[in-house]
Design a protein. Structure first.
Length: 180
């Protein structure tokens, strides 16, 4: 393999490792899974979501329990623009995040936010992880009262209760734990 091809191949592997860390972080936030989040972020990282800013310990203490009012989340990642520079990278990733918010008294709303993560990644001892994140918000929408889909969808009942997703205690925990 020529030096040029070798460099292209290494850049491809670096970008794939960065995208894998982004996915682990999004899943970790959705499932409130501290181990997944730790695997994607350096312990000295800093996160700034506008509504929260702090070091990694504060971020983990904020995001893992999450708000009891946010019963379900889903972060859908779009394209990532990745600029590699040796052992660092600047990354912009499109994100759409869904949140079901329980305002109490049976008043739940489905909300959606569109924006971009501006991330600094660092490779340390061969491992790419997030060193700093700033969230940019492009739009936000409250879709209003949430439909009760806990028992089924579009008038069709679920065969079992595990089909309805939620932030914690979700069927995916059993799936990835090898029980399903």
């Amino acid at each position: 393999m020529t030096n040029d091809r070798q460099a292209q191949f290494e850049a491809l592997l670096d970008r794939d490792a960065i995208r894998a860390a982004l996915v682990r972080l999004a899943r970790g936030e959705d499932r409130r899974d501290a181990a997944l989040i730790r695997s994607a972020c350096w312990p000295d990282s800093v996160t700034d979501y506008g509504v929260f800013r702090g070091d990694f310990a504060a971020y983990l203490a904020w995001v893992v329990p999450g708000s009891p009012a946010i019963t379900n989340t889903q972060h859908v990642l779009g394209q990532s623009h990745i600029e590699l520079a040796g052992e660092t990278a600047r990354v912009e990733t499109q994100v759409i995040s869904y949140h079901r918010i329980d305002y109490g008294g049976g008043d739940e709303h489905d909300t959606c936010i569109g924006g971009r993560y501006l991330d600094h990644f660092e490779r340390r001892e061969g491992d790419w992880r997030l060193a700093a994140r700033t969230m940019l918000y492009d739009w936000s929408q409250d879709w209003g009262a949430a439909a009760d889909w806990s028992q089924g969808l579009m008038g069709m009942a679920f065969r079992a209760p595990h089909f309805a997703g939620r932030a914690t205690g979700d069927w995916s925990e059993r799936f990835f734990g090898g029980e399903a």
